[in-house]
Design a protein around this ligand. Structure first.
Ligand SMILES: [Zn+2]
Length: 198
């Protein structure tokens, strides 16, 4: 499986494009800057078939509407109920404070998933692991040996727990769980930010 890291312009967050080299279907984890995603899809001859979100915070979702509009909504967003609440509320997803109010477009096709589940799409098996704490909507995705942790575990930073909807105890427990899990199994950690902000 190929993982393409896209470094976003907002708060140094990351999006990740994943695909099997023998296939043309790709999935995306989180959605920031749109143009680099479209460029990667074009250059690699890929079609986006699914988007997974690590949590509902603005810096991980702000590109969703524009990306989906530009591919005529031909891709589904896999989302938990709790994350969906955030995608519809500018206070919960913090976009209000970024002066770019974000609410998920009504035309977006969504598939509600459980926070703890296994999805198979584009020949890729996605193991969803709930890791609330940084935010109540936090989920990590284990795909093969790659662990996509969003803001639940950023190896170079302590987990941030000062948001209104953070739960410090849960966050620390899940951060530790993810650290141990990745170390014991030799997982490659792809966290939600590429430098020291979140
Ligand atoms: Zn966050």
């Amino acid at each position: 499986m190929k993982v393409v890291t896209i470094r976003n312009s907002v708060l140094q967050s990351c999006s990740f494009l994943l695909y099997k080299e023998e296939k043309h279907d790709a999935i995306l984890i989180d959605c920031g800057d749109v143009q680099p995603i479209l460029d990667e899809l074009n250059n690699r001859g890929l079609r986006l078939v699914g988007i997974f979100i690590t949590h509902c915070h603005y810096d991980h979702v702000y590109g969703l509407n524009n990306l989906l509009r530009s591919i005529n909504f031909q891709c589904k967003v896999y989302v938990t109920e709790i994350c969906m609440i955030g995608l519809k509320d500018i206070r919960v997803n913090l976009s209000k404070y970024h002066k770019d109010p974000f609410v998920l477009d009504e035309d977006v096709q969504t598939i509600l998933i459980a926070s703890n589940c296994l999805q198979r799409i584009a020949g890729i098996e996605i193991n969803c692991i709930p890791t609330p704490g940084h935010d109540s909507s936090c989920i990590c995705y284990l795909i093969e040996k790659c662990l996509f942790t969003g803001d639940s575990y950023i190896p170079h930073l302590p987990v941030f727990t000062k948001w209104k909807r953070s739960n410090k105890n849960q966050a620390l427990k899940n951060e530790e769980k993810l650290r141990i899990m990745s170390q014991q199994n030799g997982y490659i950690v792809y966290s939600g930010h590429w430098t020291k902000v979140r």
